[in-house]
Each structure stands twice: as C-alpha cells, then as structure tokens.
Design a protein around this ligand. Structure first.
Ligand code: ASP
Length: 586
C-alpha cells in the first residue's frame, strides 16, 4: 500500500499513530537541523518534519534533495506540533519522518501550484494537469461532480432513464455549424458530431422510452465568443405524453432541488414571463431580475415637445437608476461614452437627475418642464435621489442598447450578487425569426418546435406572428435551459421545413427518418436541455465556465495542452479520400 491515510485526514486525536502518506511536495523549509515539507494530495496538506536527531540520518540527508512537486512516500509518527496552524485542518499535528521513498522527481513547475498562483491563464491551460493540482480547481470539478450526481439521482428518482445516443450522426440544424468527421470506409462521406441529441431523443419517444435524460457532450462550430466552448455538456431531457405545463413543473422541481440540496437555498416558485413581456420590460429575453431598473416606455410623454431627437423615433425608453442622482457630470459623460462604444452603438443618452430635495436637473431642460420631468419620474417609479436615463431609436436596437446599459450599471452598483438566485421561465417565444441577410425564416428554437396549437392556422397567413410552445429557464441573467413541445405529426413537420425554405427533396434527404417515424404512432412529446457547464458555474457563484471543465479549450477554440486542432499526415488524408488533387482533366 502506498499510503495508509491521506494528507487531509490526521488530527490531534491520531497523535502516536504510525502512518504512511504519499503526495506531492508543495514546499520545503530548511532550518539546517530540521526540514519541513508540506505534503499535498487531493485531500489536503500535512506537514512532515525531518529532524537531524530524531529521523534516521540517511532519511534526513535524502530529504535535503527534495524539490517542488516531487512525488514522495513517507512513513512516520503523528506528533503534536509545537506551533499549531489554526487555518489548516491538519494544523495541530505533523509527521516525524523515519522513512522516505522518492516515487518520482519533478522538473520545476512553470507556475506555483498554490491557491493563489502566479501562472497566467494560457500557461495554466498549457499545463492543465498541473493547474488541476490546485485546490480551487479541484474544488470546482468536485462541485461539478456533485451537481451531475444530484441531477442523475433526482431524474432517476422521477422515473427518467439515462440513454446514450450516438456521436457520429448526420447533421441536425440547431442554428450553428456542425463539426464533420470524414470516414475511411466511406470516402467522400461524412458524419457530423451532434449539436445536440435532438432528433434521437424524439425518436426515443417514438420508441416508447417515455422519460429520457442524458448528460451528454454537444458540439457546435460557432463563431468565437468569450467563454464559449466548441464542445460543451448538456443535461438533455425528453418526455412523452406531456404538455408545456408538465415540463415546466418537472424541471422547476429539478432546479429547486439542485439549489436546495447543493446550496441550502429555497428559491420558491419561479416567476414566469412571456417573451414579449421580457423584451418590453427588460429589452432582453434572459433578464436578470435580481434588481429593478425595469424599462418604461416614454413615447407618449416625451414626443411632440419639440425635442427632435425623440420625436421621430419608434421608441423612447428609460430606466431609473437607484441613488445615482449624485453622479457627477464626469461620471455621466463616462456612461454616455460607454453606450457610444461600437459594441453598444447608441447615439447618446438623455439624463434626468431626480434630486434628493425634490428638484430636477436634466440634459433636456430646454425642451421639458419640471412638470414633464416629474411625470417621467412617476412613470419610471424614480425616487428622489435616482437618475433617469433615456434612449431613443429603432425599437429593437434601442432595447438591446438600454439592456446592455442596465446590466453594466447593475455590475457597477454591485446589484449582481452571486449569492442570490433569481430563476424565471420565459415562455411563448416566437416560432420563427426573419433573417434579413438570407431573406428567409429561421426557427427561433429549432425546426422541431411546435407552434401553439391555437396559432397553427396563422402559419399560412402570417408566420411571423406565430408563437411556439417554447420556453427558456433563465437564472441571474443567463439562459441555463431551453426547450419546447415538439411537432409529432409528419404533415406539420413537412410544412415547417417548407416555411424554413427546405425543398421537399431536401427535407426528405435530411429528415426523412424523422418524418417516417412520425407515420408510426409518434406520441405527443416535448423536452428541454440545460447547459451543465454554465449551470455549475452559476450555482458556484461564478460566470466563467472554463473553470468547471477539466480540459477546456481557450477563447479561440484551441486546446493548448495537446495542441489541437492540428494538420494531419498526408497519408491519413489520403486514406480518408481528402487529398484533394488539382483535377488534371479540366
Ligand atoms: N436540443 C435543444 C437545444 O440544444 C434543447 C431542446 O429543445 O430540448 O437547445
């Protein structure tokens, strides 16, 4: 046995015991006649003492050679420490070593392997196996394990079966590009890696499996964006014989259970909001409702008063920023500059200070009377001491800009408390969205989402208006889950592909299997998928998902440790039929 116990276990009650420990040398302290080693493993750190008088001479000498991250085994006796360290679980004791075995030496690590490391992010990714030795990283992965286990136990208890679906499939459009996999046996043909198991889980419902889930890798070849991983993990779920209400209740239950069992918090019943309402009140379909600053539309009060900037606009909309009336001119100018940055792209910002003494001061005093501003304050529920900020322009972009400003202000005002959990359901998403560039409809969720039954007729006359039985679960301003009731009827599915611009032949070639399956008694069904990486990060009060993935890719989708992607051998390309030679016959 290479150890009788681990480096986090020993306490004063074990004084006098003979133990064997194995682990990594975190650090050594040499006083000449005594040498201490902090020995680390997954469970903690235990101090080892090598003593010129009390340890065997050879052991004492060998200990002088130990360097950082050497792997050693020691045998010795648990003794009480003279100067105890109350900040360490094992701080009351140390081990007086009488045997030392060097299991493996180590090169000097490129960064310090301690809670607060000096290593930059790229370096730590390149040596992820060393970063993994650090306690905060280990704690993150252990927390992820606990979340995944709680999910499995809960869903299993509710009668769900975990079923694996294939990774080598045919492409499923979910709004992103597929990663494709060539095959040696079928030259010129490709598998695709699943963007999600969407069609398979639906086929499992046709297959009568009734309640499915899977903690599963999904792959999307999307454009770069910070903290987005080309492969990520979903908690993927599907149920047969359900309506939207059943699904919302089931997965509200799962989420409540996770927050309760992992964090001890009771978040109560989740509020619900339609997509239209979320856009109107927050300018965003994943609103952070931990704080107010709701949008107020001011068109009727602000237009027609001679202020040209407002008059011709589709939307005039404002928020009341709590206790910000005392912002200096400089602070307000900084906000104006912030919204004018190209990432936000606003033209400007109108401000109104609702001073503590009841007076008003604004950037548009020339155009609006105190009475006017008072009316704005009452409409936006601004209190004395608040600052009203107003934007105007085309509705969609103005809402997006004001929403970005609302989040930025919340961040600056410390209103995004990671310890507070504010979940909500967004329902009634539009079924389709019009894409100006390609001049066609895209499915807002995916092409398998069912229109609301009462609106199915509108598909033929006014498709833009049709709402879907599609829903998202939002937590603290992040979409953590999304799903829908599905189409289970071949004819309707065909009609949907039609609307999305697939010819009948294309639809048949890509999705014939699904429409065929719908001919054989497909039950009504629906489901949802949660992003596990993000869910884990948010539950831990963090926003960076990379920290919760054992071997993440960087922001440009590269694995810096194994160095991927890379070019492959011409021979390999040849075998796959991918060596595209210039065509000499042309
Ligand atoms: N497949 C969907 C997604 O990945 C989730 C679902 O509709 O269940 O977003």
């Amino acid at each position: 046995m290479l150890r009788t116990t681990n480096c986090g276990a020993l306490r004063l009650s074990e004084v006098g015991q003979k133990v064997t420990l194995s682990g990594w040398v975190q650090k050594t302290r040499n006083k000449g006649f005594m040498l201490w080693v902090d020995l680390r493993d997954r469970y903690g750190i235990t101090q080892i003492i090598f003593d010129e008088e009390r340890s065997p001479r050879r052991v004492f000498k060998e200990a002088q050679q130990l360097g950082r991250e050497y792997v050693i085994q020691i045998e010795g006796e648990v003794i009480e420490r003279e100067s105890k360290n109350p900040n360490m679980k094992t701080g009351g004791i140390e081990i007086l070593a009488n045997r030392l075995t060097l299991l493996n030496p180590s090169s000097t690590p490129p960064f310090t392997i301690e809670d607060d490391t000096d290593g930059g992010e790229e370096l730590r990714m390149q040596y992820r196996y060393l970063d993994l030795r650090r306690t905060p990283v280990q704690d993150s992965l252990i927390f992820r394990h606990r979340v995944a286990l709680a999910v499995r136990n809960y869903l299993s208890g509710e009668g769900f079966i975990e079923i694996e679906t294939p990774y080598l499939i045919k492409s499923t459009p979910e709004g992103a590009r597929d990663f494709v996999v060539p095959s040696r046996m079928h030259k010129g043909e490709f598998y695709a890696l699943p963007q999600s198991p969407q069609t398979f889980k639906q086929l499992l419902m046709v297959g009568g499996m009734d309640k499915y889930f899977q903690i599963v890798k999904c792959f999307r070849d999307e454009d770069l964006r910070s903290d987005r991983q080309p492969e990520f993990t979903q908690i993927d779920c599907e149920l047969a014989f359900v309506e939207q209400e059943d699904i919302l209740n089931q997965f509200e239950g799962l989420t409540q259970h996770l927050i309760q069992s992992l964090l001890g918090e009771d978040v109560g019943v989740f509020p619900r909001m339609t997509y239209d309402e979320a856009i109107r009140r927050y300018g965003n379909d994943k609103p952070d409702i931990r704080f107010g600053m709701e949008f107020t539309e001011l068109n009727s009060m602000a237009q027609g008063k001679g202020f040209g900037v407002f008059d011709s606009q589709e939307l005039v909309v404002g928020i009341a920023v709590p206790e910000a009336a005392e912002y200096t001119r400089k602070q307000i100018d900084a906000l104006i500059d912030w919204v004018k940055r190209p990432q936000i792209g606003a033209l400007g910002l109108v401000w109104v200070k609702c001073n503590a003494d009841g007076s008003f001061k604004s950037s548009v005093d020339k155009f609006f009377s105190t009475e006017d501003l008072k009316a704005w304050a009452s409409e936006t529920s601004a209190q004395a001491g608040d600052l009203i900020l107003v934007m105007a322009g085309e509705a969609q972009s103005t809402r997006r800009q004001l929403s970005a400003l609302r989040m930025e202000l919340a961040e600056r005002l410390g209103l995004r408390d990671p310890k507070v959990f504010a979940p909500l359901w967004i329902t009634d998403f539009p079924l389709l969205e019009w894409d100006e560039e390609s001049q066609r409809f895209h499915a807002m969720h995916h092409p398998f989402t069912a229109p609301k039954p009462e609106e199915a007729d509108l598909l033929a006359t006014d498709p833009k208006k049709v709402k879907a039985n599609a829903y998202d679960l939002v937590l603290n301003g992040n979409e953590i889950g999304g799903g829908s009731i599905r189409i289970h009827n071949a004819e309707l599915q065909q009609k949907m592909f039609d609307l999305l611009g697939f010819s009948p032949e294309e639809a048949q070639a890509q999705f014939g299997f699904l429409m065929d399956a719908f001919q054989y008694g497909a039950p009504p069904h629906g489901g949802i998928a949660f992003g596990l990486d993000r869910l884990v990060a948010i539950l831990a009060g963090k926003e960076t998902i990379r920290d919760y993935i054992a071997f993440p890719k960087n922001n440009s989708g590269r694995d810096l440790m194994i160095d991927a992607p890379t070019a492959i051998d011409p021979l390999q390309l040849d075998e796959l039929g991918l060596n595209i030679q210039p065509n000499s016959s042309e």
